[in-house]
Structures are given as structure tokens and as C-alpha cells.
Design a protein around this ligand. Structure first.
Ligand SMILES: Nc1ncnc2c1ncn2[C@@H]1O[C@H](COP(=O)(O)OP(=O)(O)OP(=O)(O)O)[C@@H](O)[C@H]1O
Length: 227
């Protein structure tokens, strides 16, 4: 098992009001699997993803990554773990605007301590894989939305993560571009030994993934088959 959420709950407090966003969530993610988490706006999808990525802490429950209880770790430990084992893809790419595509993809490798030539070679290889060899020296503002998201995917994969967490990766793209990005993610999942958890509103995206769960009233349910 790669990651396990055990009875994970997250409660937000606003004055004397409580909001129980996640209620005793149990979720198991196997190495190399790919799954979608769908749910209406405000159902807690991002909250769950943030807890899984150590960006937020559950109010109660455990998050176990390869046998280690990451919800108990300190911020520094979590930051190293995220850099070495996790990749993140966001709705709005979060690329650094003043750096080229190549530099953006090389960044996590440099942070992990790789030498510049090795980081650049790996970044070039990844950009080639996502079809952007010709665009490696462009800055994000000089790329289309789909191209930016491909750079973000290449960056997420830089350190060969075991798990990629994606929050609405197609949320800002038109239908055709979104479909190309989903197809790329599915191919990468099949090629690499990387697991993908994708939070999405996009039913077409979810339909392409082998497993879909719905977050509803703070709980995860297998998705009803669409008839
Ligand atoms: N830091 C916070 N403090 C208080 N409430 C919060 C906080 N973060 C999120 N919430 C609330 O928790 C609920 C779940 O938010 P979350 O962003 O996880 O939902 P979501 O399913 O990802 O929504 P969307 O699809 O719109 O992005 C919402 O009602 C939100 O207002």
C-alpha cells in the first residue's frame, strides 16, 4: 500500500461554529494506481488532497505513507518528503513566471540537490516526453494554457515521485485541451510507477480513470455507475 487515510476528519472552526468537512475518511491508494475524486464545490476535495500532501493536517485520524505516519511529521520533514516523493499539479499551473519552461521543470531537481547539468538534462527529457521540446526556453506567459499545464506535469514528475496529487488539472482548459491533458496523464501513469490522485469537477476526466470516488457530506463513496 502506498498511502492510507485512516478515519481522517477535518473540522474547520469559524467563531463558535464548526464545519466538519471530512468525516472519518478511509482511503487506500495502491502503488501506481490512478483515481479520481469528484464531488460538488465545497465538498472538501481540496481539503482531502491537502491532508494527503501534508499541506494541511487532519483534526483526527491518520495518514500513512509507506508505513510512516506523515500527519505527525514536522514541517521540514514534510517539505523534504514532498520534494522527493510527491508531485503536485494545480488548476492554475503555479509556474514561476520569470523562469523558462526548462528552468521551472529543473527547479525541484535543484532543490533536491542535483547538479545543474543533470537537472537540465532530466528537465529536457521530461519536456520532450510531454511534447514541449520546442518550447523549453519560453516563459509561461509565452505558452498556451495547455502547454503551461504540460510544463506543470513535467515539473511534478521531475523527481520521479511515487504519488502525484492533482487539483482540478483541467479546470482552466477548453474541452479539447483538457482531453489531451487527461490522455497524457493516463499515459504517464501507465508508463511510470507513479500513482495519481486527481480531484476534479470534470466528468469526462473522471470517466477515463480506472477508479472514481465521490466525496459527499464529508464521506467517500464509490461513484454510482452512470446509466
Ligand atoms: N481554512 C479554512 N477555514 C474555514 N473553512 C474552510 C477552510 N478551507 C476550506 N474551508 C471550507 O471547507 C469546505 C471544503 O472546502 P474545499 O476547498 O476542500 O472544497 P472543494 O470540494 O475542493 O471545493 P471546490 O471544488 O469549489 O474547489 C468549504 O465549505 C470551505 O469553505
Amino acid at each position: 500500500m502506498l498511502m492510507e487515510c485512516r478515519r481522517v476528519s477535518r473540522r474547520y472552526q469559524d467563531g463558535d461554529q464548526y464545519l466538519d468537512v471530512l468525516k472519518d475518511i478511509d482511503l487506500q491508494i495502491a502503488a501506481g494506481e490512478m483515481l479520481a475524486i469528484v464531488g460538488s464545490s465545497g465538498s472538501g476535495k481540496s481539503t482531502l488532497l491537502h491532508c494527503m500532501g501534508g499541506l494541511d493536517r487532519p483534526t483526527s485520524g491518520e495518514i500513512i505513507y509507506q508505513g510512516r505516519a506523515i500527519h505527525q511529521w514536522h514541517a521540514n520533514q514534510l517539505a523534504d518528503w514532498r520534494n522527493q516523493e510527491l508531485g503536485f499539479i494545480y488548476q492554475f499551473h503555479h509556474l514561476l513566471p520569470e523562469f523558462t519552461a526548462l528552468e521551472n521543470v529543473a527547479m525541484p531537481l535543484l532543490i533536491a540537490g542535483k547538479a545543474v547539468p543533470a537537472a537540465q538534462a532530466r528537465a529536457q527529457q521530461l519536456l520532450e516526453r510531454v511534447g514541449l521540446s520546442q518550447r523549453q526556453h519560453h516563459r509561461p506567459a509565452e505558452l498556451s494554457g495547455g502547454e503551461r499545464q504540460r510544463v506543470a506535469i513535467a515539473r511534478a514528475l521531475a523527481n520521479q515521485p511515487r504519488l502525484v496529487l492533482a487539483d482540478e488539472p483541467t479546470g482552466n482548459l477548453d474541452d479539447t485541451t483538457a482531453e489531451q491533458v487527461v490522455d497524457l496523464l493516463v499515459e504517464l501513469n501507465q508508463e511510470l510507477e507513479t500513482a495519481f490522485v486527481i480531484v476534479t469537477h470534470d466528468q469526462a476526466l473522471a470517466a477515463k480513470l480506472p477508479r472514481t470516488l465521490t466525496l459527499h457530506h464529508g464521506q467517500l463513496q464509490p461513484r454510482e455507475p452512470v446509466l
